[in-house]
Design a protein around this ligand. Structure first.
Ligand code: ADP
Ligand code: ZN
Length: 766
């Protein structure tokens, strides 16, 4: 029985007392849609014991008092609050919706930080922090459970009841656990009517409970034996251990080359965390949540939750509840696992911390690394960032003592890094001795590898067959009518596809403009590569992995499984194949075109290219038979390519960082990117100009701190029929930049049809 009922029965506290004394409670709430709040509501006496921070409540809003769902973010007494608000005018909230809070105060604190840092309304952030499956309580339903109060049981024999009611009551009283109406009517052999009568007479008590409606199976696999650590791994573990023991937390950058055994270090560190009675969260890029990764964690820890994108709402909810109850020791997942509600978190690990998938590309545009850093600092626990090619942000942090650096400079078992040969495609083209995408040296390498029964990986970061469709007679290029990009030719289905909006048309047989017959499909995609591989190496099993062939859930894992078992000898694909895979029999890696990412209009183009080449090169040489890499390029002298071929990250960072500094790009200073979209070009540009003026007039007094670039058309100037303009604002540090963004956005009049967003620390510059 709750307190409210007690007081009614005891008659000690009259409910009307609250009205003149100001001792009622005030709940502060936010909404996930306009208006976002926060707003104050009076907590009616009957909700006093249920209301709490992190729960949802129903409140009246506006003149019409329409009922809306809101998140309670604070509860305090009216006396504490009254200085700021006129308490008599407060509307009462209607109802408290959740029995258990969706966020504890720690996670609410994290949500507030995201809201501040990314200049996003708190209500929208909460909807990201708490998964929708949890909010919908997916996979569970409410049932009414019946039992007999003790007072009734005591006088059971004296009750005069009709026979059916009597037998139903006896059946329930003799049950060791509460029953549903259905269960009881089955057991007592009666309809619902006598049970209903018993309820009315108050002889049966009802409680409402939530029960699971779906079954959840945990697959456990055991095949990853613990390794005894080598010296450099031991040293790395010692450093993490010191940080764990210190109770002060901090960020540790674990820079370990590919194949240096980083995962084994994480696993040992996590074991220490478990011994301390705490939990760990491990974030990996979505694409790396392969069966191999799962097996590694599942076989080493008993209570693991793997959160991947193919979980159903119900499964997500079920895991979340287990995590919250402390029934899970290790949470492994993509970006959003940073919000796992572990009650006693001891460590956060982010593997492949440089990976762009840790940044969310819609609201709230948070970066899991920065959220993790904040969460770790709240709990005073270590955050370990692991990578062979750290982001320059993390590298710079370690250089400036914002975090510590640990190195694993060698591979496990003293395996050498693979030799990398650069193939100059200009020579290949001039000599005209080779056709297609695979140069002679690479073709020879593949031939030799296949003959030795080794496996091959070929990377081409472009899906489709041809990357553009052009008429050689009039120069016409087939573009997407909705977007400012060329359509890609897909051989399967003979169609032309927009990779941004999925617009599809049948492939043209003649030029739509001049009706010339010989329209050309130019540029290379993974489909064309697959065809070439099949022609050049007949009889060799080959598999293509890109987002076209990997649409179905599970297909990605199945493909990798077939490759692991050796049923496939050549695996080709987009960057999907570049990351994290550990197959000892891969003896050759070929990069078909190292330049695909190099000429992007993005200041991180060189960093991305270096990272991708290093990562994909690292897939080979993991077994005793060694490995080698061929990198095909038209720019063999580019730093990113030359240094990746030498596996020299430090040298790359040393060359790249001064360039960034001179332009004040991250990791120097911070950046906000405004993107304006609208259906009419002139109107959209006019608004972008107005926004630009507003920003400039705000920052002009502080020209030393800020720099404003644009507005200019985005590199993709039109997307899904919306014209796009962007503006970049660079600032020396985050806080003043966010203040500026907030000031500029406040009371900004936005024409109908026009949308604008702001992205703090943007990774996507298109
Ligand atoms: P990274 O993540 O640094 O690329 P992994 O952690 O995937 O490297 O390790 C590469 C391979 O080496 C894995 O197959 C792993 O089981 C193995 N390994 C890790 N540590 C050791 C060790 N100390 N001795 C032998 N093999 C090891
Ligand atoms: Zn399109």
């Amino acid at each position: 029985m709750d307190k409210r009922q007690q007081s009614l029965f005891d008659g000690e506290e009259a409910p009307w007392v609250q009205d003149d004394a100001q001792d009622f409670l005030v709940a502060q709430v936010v909404f996930s849609e306009q208006p976002f709040g926060p707003y104050d509501y009076r907590v009616p006496e009957e909700c006093r014991n249920q209301v709490a921070l992190g729960k949802r409540v129903l409140v009246p809003l506006g003149r019409g008092n329409r009922t809306r769902e809101a998140y309670c973010i604070d509860v305090c007494s009216a006396a504490e609050r009254s200085a700021a608000v006129d308490m008599r005018k407060l509307k009462p909230l209607r109802r408290v919706l959740d029995r258990d809070a969706l966020l504890n105060s720690e996670m609410l604190d994290v949500a507030r930080w995201i809201s501040d840092y990314y200049v996003t309304p708190l209500g929208q952030v909460i909807e990201t922090v708490v998964p929708s499956g949890v909010r919908a309580q997916a996979g569970t339903r409410e049932v009414v459970l019946l039992d007999v109060p003790n007072a009734v049981i005591a006088k059971l024999t004296q009750l005069k009841l009709p026979p059916k009611q009597s037998s139903a009551l006896r059946a329930l009283a003799s049950s060791p656990k509460p029953l549903t109406v259905n269960e009881l009517s089955k057991r007592a052999g009666c309809t619902a009517a006598p049970i209903q009568s018993l309820r009315k007479k108050g002889l049966i008590r009802e409680t409402i409970e939530r029960i699971e409606t779906s079954e959840h199976a945990l697959d456990s696999e055991t095949d990853d034996a613990p390794k005894s650590l080598n010296e450099q791994q031991e040293a790395a573990l010692r450093q993490i251990g010191q940080s764990l023991d210190s109770g002060e937390g901090g960020t540790l950058l674990l820079h370990g080359i590919t194949g240096s055994g980083k995962t084994e270090v994480y696993i040992r560190a996590i074991q220490r965390v478990l011994n301390m009675g705490r939990q760990a969260i491990v974030l990996v890029p979505e694409i790396s949540l392969t069966p191999q990764t799962r097996r590694r964690f599942r076989s080493r820890f008993k209570r693991v939750a793997v959160m991947h994108s193919h979980l159903s709402q119900a499964e997500r909810h079920w895991h979340w509840q287990r995590i919250r109850r402390g029934e899970v020791d290790v949470v492994v997942g993509a970006r959003s696992a940073v919000f796992a509600p572990t009650p006693r978190l001891g460590l956060i690990v982010i593997d492949e911390e440089h990976d762009a998938s840790f940044k969310q590309d819609n609201i709230p545009r948070y970066h899991a690394r920065d959220v993790a850093r904040y969460r770790a600092s709240l709990s005073k626990i270590p955050l370990v960032l692991g990578s062979a090619t750290p982001s320059l942000e993390s590298w710079h942090d370690a250089a400036t003592a914002r975090s510590d650096r640990i190195s694993l400079p060698g591979r496990v078992r003293n395996l050498p890094l693979p030799e990398v040969a650069i193939v100059d495609l200009r020579d290949e083209f001039r000599s005209k001795k080779s056709w297609g995408m695979i140069s002679r040296p690479l073709a020879r390498g593949i031939q030799e590898t296949v003959a030795e029964n080794g496996q091959v990986m070929l990377l081409l970061n472009r899906r489709g067959f041809a990357t553009s469709i052009q008429c050689p007679a009039c120069g016409f290029v087939l573009n997407c009518p909705n977007c400012d990009v060329a359509l890609t030719h897909h051989r399967d289905g003979r169609k032309a596809v927009c990779h941004y909006c999925d617009y599809v048309v049948p492939e043209p047989s003649q030029c739509p403009e001049c009706l010339f017959d010989g329209i050309r499909f130019a540029g290379f995609g993974t489909q064309k590569l697959e065809e070439e591989v099949q022609k050049k190496f007949p009889g060799v099993a080959c598999l293509r992995m890109d987002s076209d062939t990997m649409r179905k859930p599970g297909s990605h894992e199945m493909a990798l499984e077939r490759f692991r078992r050796g049923e496939v000898q050549i695996l080709l694909g987009t960057q999907m194949i570049a990351k994290g895979l550990d197959f000892p029999n891969v003896m050759l890696v070929g990069v078909i075109n190292a330049d695909t990412a190099l000429h992007f209009p993005d200041f991180r183009a060189a960093e991305r290219t270096f990272g991708l080449l290093t990562q994909v090169a690292g897939r080979t040489g993991r077994g005793d038979r060694g490995g080698r890499v061929f990198v095909q390029t038209f720019t063999p002298d580019h730093n990113a390519i030359v240094l990746a071929a030498k596996h020299d990250f430090s040298a790359f960072a040393e060359q790249e960082l001064p360039v960034r500094e001179s332009l004040r790009y991250p990791p120097w200073g911070t950046m906000a990117r405004f993107v304006v979209r609208g259906p009419i070009e002139t109107q959209t540009q006019a608004f972008a100009d107005r926004l630009g003026d507003r920003i400039r007039s705000y920052v002009q007094s502080d020209a030393a701190t800020f720099r404003v670039l644009g507005p200019a058309p985005c590199p993709i100037g039109k997307l899904r029929n919306k014209f796009r303009f962007h503006l970049l604002v660079q600032g020396l540090e985050a806080q003043s930049l966010q203040t500026a963004v907030r000031a500029v956005s406040e009371s900004l009049q936005v024409p109908e049809d026009i949308q604008w967003v702001v992205d703090i620390d943007p990774l996507d510059m298109l």
